[in-house]
Write a protein that binds this ligand. Structure first.
Ligand code: MG
Length: 447
């Protein structure tokens, strides 16, 4: 039996097992009370359990007096933007993001159109033990529909000030698009056509029957690579089921790796708007190389999109995100947005006149090694406490777990927030070196 995962980013479980309609309804009711029983915007991705989840969530919300606005099947960034641009007091995105089809989840959105800040999420989670205070028949909430949220999202992207839409259109890019039958099919084909692209759709039917493992990692995108090569396309785009992560395939049919989605965006946006970059501690150090070229700094935050977005807002950063293909373009909003990322990448291609492979070759190449150790939950802290001694010769960053900063390499060691696991991430100048450091580190930790 799977366990319901509860974290600052929401709740997640296997539908019908750890995540039942009763649980969804109760969490939604608590969230409605947390949002002062005000208006709540709800959207869902394409999962087959989405409509059932939506009904449970809506029932919980309306029964505590919240008016609910139903966006229907939309991307997560569309939900976030709709909340930001309305008078709603919160939102819920019903999506398990990159997880397989049997999962579903609720991501809670604050009034400002960003996921709950960690401190607010804690307050919300702590309220969950209290009984739900339902209201009577005469105060029950109303349900309305909003069918234009995706259109408004596309409009906002088209209005990015430094995006030369006409120039992009003039290039008539041929793009193969793989939305893994997630919510991407609701927005990405239209956006790309509006940008003058010839779109070859692969898995753009939002059926929730994912055509491949839905996380947009190189190893899951073989069909897209093949299709780009077969169609002699300019590039390929892949999104995860709720469309906040973007992966890119170059004109030769090779995945360039999710890290490059952010790195290329940083390079293009910094050429237009000067300002510091924000990314998390586990994303590539190529960001520092790009920032140095433009004479700006990189701010590193805890892992988790909300930490990056919050910091970007504080320092008025023009670009940031996460190395997992999560591009944040503040002209649209301070949250990860794959459609916005597509427009930025096409803008870069159009203005540079270069191909995807040429643009990626200009970015310093580093190599990751990632592994994890399963440990007895009681030993998690003991192992983490050993880290400063093992790496006493290095500079350490303890913002989030422990990051060891070496010369042209780093090691990031973190406890998982949901499982008894320690994750070890390494980046260096060669694949062999990263692998070796990763193996050595794990050996030292478990010794
Ligand atoms: Mg996602």
């Amino acid at each position: 039996m799977s366990k319901l995962m509860v974290s600052v980013s929401g709740i997640r479980g296997i539908y019908g097992e750890s995540l039942t309609p009763e649980i969804a309804m109760r969490y939604a009711a608590h969230f409605g009370i947390f949002c002062n029983r005000g208006k709540i915007i709800v959207g869902r991705d394409s999962r087959t359990t989405g409509p059932a989840m939506f009904n449970a969530v809506t029932s919980g919300l309306m029964s505590v007096g919240c008016d609910v606005v139903d966006l229907g099947l939309v991307s997560t960034p569309t939900v976030l933007l709709a909340v930001e641009e309305s008078d709603a007091l919160g939102g819920i995105s019903i999506t398990a993001s990159h997880n397989p089809a049997e999962w579903n989840a609720m991501k809670f959105v604050g009034e400002n159109g960003m996921f709950l800040f960690p401190e607010n999420a804690d307050t919300f989670i702590n309220s969950l033990d209290e009984p739900v205070d339902y209201i009577g028949w005469d105060k029950i909430g109303k349900l309305t529909k909003d069918d234009n949220a995706t259109e408004r999202h596309i409009d906002k992207i088209m209005q990015i000030t430094y995006l030369d839409v006409e120039k992009i259109r003039s290039k008539k890019f041929k793009v193969v698009l793989d939305c893994v039958n997630g919510a991407g099919g609701m927005i990405a084909p239209q956006l790309l056509r509006d940008l003058g692209c010839e779109v070859i759709e692969l898995n753009c039917e939002p059926t929730g029957i994912f055509a491949h493992v839905p996380e947009p990692l190189n190893r899951n995108l073989g069909d897209l690579e093949q299709a780009v090569a077969d169609h002699k396309a300019d590039l390929g785009f892949a999104t995860d089921p709720d469309v906040d992560r973007l992966a890119i395939v170059d004109e030769n049919g090779n995945c360039i790796g999710e890290e490059f989605s952010l790195l290329l965006s940083e390079k293009f946006i910094l050429s237009k708007v000067r300002g510091d970059i924000v990314t998390n501690l586990s994303s590539s150090m190529a960001s520092e190389d790009i920032a140095a070229k433009f004479g700006v700094n990189v701010h590193r935050t805890k892992v988790g999109e909300i930490n990056v977005g919050k910091k970007m807002m504080e320092i008025n950063s023009p670009v940031g995100g996460e190395g997992n293909g999560g591009i944040i373009c503040p002209e649209v909003h301070f949250t990860r947005d794959a459609p916005a990322g597509m427009a930025i990448i096409l803008g870069f291609l159009a203005e540079s006149g270069k191909t995807v492979s040429e643009l990626s070759e200009q970015i310093p190449k580093y190599y990751f090694a990632k592994n994890k150790i399963k440990v007895d939950p009681s030993k998690l802290d003991t192992i983490m406490q050993k880290v400063p001694d093992i790496f006493s010769d290095y500079q350490l960053d303890t913002t989030d777990g422990i990051k060891i900063l070496g010369d042209k390499f780093w090691i990031h060691i973190r406890k998982s927030g949901t499982e008894p696991i320690i994750r070890v991430y390494v980046e260096s100048e060669t694949a062999e070196k990263s692998e070796q450091i990763c193996i050595d580190t794990i050996e030292k930790l478990v010794r």
